[in-house]
Design a binder for this molecule. Structure first.
Ligand code: SAH
Length: 306
């Protein structure tokens, strides 16, 4: 097989992975930790809808919904919304249908109905493929994959000059997704792993059964992700944030809601409080995860982004 550009390799490997593996045995995500995560996002989306002027027929679309837990929890707080999923994996679509049977599925955002749209996505952009460039003495090269190893071919990316040895990643799929959402007037809440500001360096990682693995061996057996470059997304859209997940969730009442729920279900109280801690603690998910809100220019400051 000829050398395959890294982003093409990553797209192919992840499509295989999400079609054939159960990602939730390899890693745990916020909506799987506690129902309060999805309830907060649903309540937030409902406030955003009111801020839009409560237009008729609102769509709550989720990109990369995994098991469908986030949407199913969010709809309890925002029952006026019609659920739509953007999901490429047939296997995960079946799992989502069990939790949200009245959803409509899409391959991409282009087929969403032309109606008032609020998009939500947790750990979606990080699964989209990145191109990787390395600065060598001779100039920039791009990484390709051949026989489970990297090979480098000359490239001319639009990148700022950088010292020899620097690695830069560009997530064209994420940039395109967010630009197309903004272009059709959609609003979007994106929660993902990544730094506040663009950073040089390699962030691609592969996780297999909870352990780091090589992204290049046995494509389709590990989940490959890259940190999300929120600054790059903010540069091509209008947005609020990014802010830390900790700020977003605590400002929207993570601990208050958790305590209320814990009082009603005492046998789950400990687990619920532990999950809330894990989502908000700076040394856990609270500061690694950031939240970016894509919205039209002039949109009022959204709850949590004050
Ligand atoms: N949001 C979920 C799952 C995250 S895993 C959670 O927080 O638990 C990533 C999800 O994105 C999976 O549902 C996967 O199938 C989906 N996905 C990955 N690449 C995609 C693509 N190009 N288009 C649509 N969905 C994709």
């Amino acid at each position: 097989m000829p050398a395959e550009r890294f982003d093409h390799f990553m797209a192919r490997a992840n499509a295989l992975y999400y079609e054939n593996c159960d990602p939730f045995t390899d890693f745990i995500t916020a909506p799987e930790l506690t129902q309060v995560f999805g309830e907060i996002i649903g309540a937030w989306a409902k406030i955003i809808w009111r801020m839009m002027g409560s237009p008729a027929g609102p769509i709550l679309a989720e990109a990369g919904p995994g098991r469908g837990s986030l949407m199913s929890d969010a709809l309890r707080a925002f029952p006026e919304a019609e659920p739509h999923f953007i999901e490429t994996s047939g296997r995960l679509r079946a799992a989502q249908a069990k939790r949200v049977p009245n959803a409509t599925w899409h391959e991409d955002l282009e087929t969403l109905p032309a109606r008032p749209l609020i998009m939500i996505a947790n750990e979606f952009l990080d699964a989209l493929p990145v191109r990787q460039f390395v600065r060598r003495d001779s100039g920039w090269v791009e990484r390709y994959v051949e026989n489970e190893s990297y090979v480098e071919l000359p490239a001319a990316p639009e990148l700022r000059e950088a010292p020899t040895g620097s690695v830069r990643e560009i997530n064209e799929a994420a940039l395109s997704f967010c630009k197309r959402l903004a272009a059709r007037g959609g609003l979007g809440l994106f929660i993902d792993y990544g730094p506040m500001r663009s950073q040089a360096g390699e962030s691609v990682q592969a996780i297999k059964a909870g352990q780091y693995a090589s992204p290049l061996t046995a494509p389709g057996t590990a989940d490959i992700t890259a940190h999300v470059d929120f600054e790059a997304i903010a540069a091509v859209t209008h947005s609020q944030g990014p802010i830390k997940q900790q700020q977003f969730l605590t400002r929207l009442g993570l601990f208050e809601r958790t305590n209320l729920l814990a009082q009603n279900v005492p046998d789950r109280a400990h687990g619920l409080r532990m999950a809330a801690e894990r989502l908000a603690a700076p040394e856990a998910m609270g500061s690694l995860f950031k939240v970016l809100f894509i919205c039209p220019e002039g949109f009022p400051i959204a709850p949590g982004f004050e």
